[in-house]
Design a protein around this ligand. Sequence first.
Ligand code: HEC
Length: 229
Amino acid sequence: MLKASFGALIILAVVGVGLAGFRGDKMGHTPVEWFNDMAHQPKYEPQHRSDFFNDSRAARLPIPGTVPIGFNLPGRYFQTEGNNLVDGLGGFANQPDYFNTGRIGDVYGDGIPDVLTARGAELVVRGQQRYNIYCAVCHGAAGQGNGVVKSFGLATVRPLVDDLLRAQPDGQIFNTITHGKNTMGAYGPVVPVEDRWAIVAYVRALQTATGAKLADLPADEQKKLQEQK
Ligand code: HEC
């Protein structure tokens, strides 16, 4: 009995392999699929037909007004004030120009883009607010590199007011915010372009404030200080 069933098993195996072939074999006919091997999946492939939609296309157009992540329509700022879209420049546009990258070709450019300098002091105030939200935890409210995370062990945070960073062009600081640097993460995905420039302006303000000499102050402020002496 045992002998017979053993023989039957061998015959079954030979017939099975004979029909299906060895795994990985090249064969001229469509292989027998015992299971569907994930080769046939209930999904649409690019450019395929669909009987579900009226226009027979499986690929759907984005809903009108959709803005892909990482891009923004020129002249539209997708932040809202109440229910209104606020006109502006930035968002997370992904163009290769100075405004969006801080670079001119392969080099870092210097200077806050003209379109933003028109905002004057308001830009720096906005930068201060954003800096305090995004950067102060690490770099400290005054940019001394002594933010609260230091006491939790992030020891490599840089002061932003040292000579090396004073000498860096604005575009390089913009680039550091966008992409991060070494142990610092990227803030490009969460801080819109305009706000990154605003932060750069505020970092400059911190640098100016920390390194100020008497002669840098307006005349009346100089006088006040001299009278105090
Ligand atoms: C989670 C902590 C953290 C936050 C938040 C953070 N940084 Fe940094 N940053 C670091 C660390 C750490 C370094 C030093 C990186 C290294 O090892 O070179 C650094 C370095 C820098 C540098 C110097 C880059 C260079 O060229 O050496 C600049 C400029 C800078 N940060 C600006 C910012 C600004 C502006 C923000 C806010 C948008 C910010 N950082 C937010 C941790 C942080």
